[in-house]
Design a protein around this ligand. Sequence first.
Ligand code: CMP
Length: 147
Amino acid sequence: EKEKTLAMIKPDGLLGNYTDKIKKVILESGFSILREMKVQLDEANVTLLYAEHSSRSFFHSLIKYMTSGPVFLMVLEKENAISDWRAMIGPTDARKAKITHPKSIRAMCGLDSERNCVHGSDSPQSAVREISFFFGEMPLTGQFLFP
Ligand code: CMP
């Protein structure tokens, strides 16, 4: 059974020009890229997207980072897309990834636990929520009203 997940190249990934390299790895790993879009997120977008982290100490910094430049969003599809993409990106902390998962995408282009270059949905529920957040029928601005 095919599955969809949301992949995002974060501002540091775009700034470092990693988009083409990451897309190449994605396609070579058997994913289909169903949708893609480059977008500049604003504070309202990030606050909704990362609502579950709103009480964390790093939340304010996360908003600053995630709005510091455009992000590149993709809907990926293949069997086990969610867990396979999470495995490919590696651990949250890119410094650790460089040691424990040297072939992971975060090891390749991430810097630390915040600037970790890429995102992947962590569950089927998150995948549905995140894909409709960005690619749903509601335009992105309209989605502020319907978290
Ligand atoms: P991600 O797992 O895609 O989604 C939550 C994000 O919050 C995470 O990537 C990082 O960018 C950020 N984050 C998670 N943990 C920390 C931390 N300890 N310090 C700073 N940022 C973090």
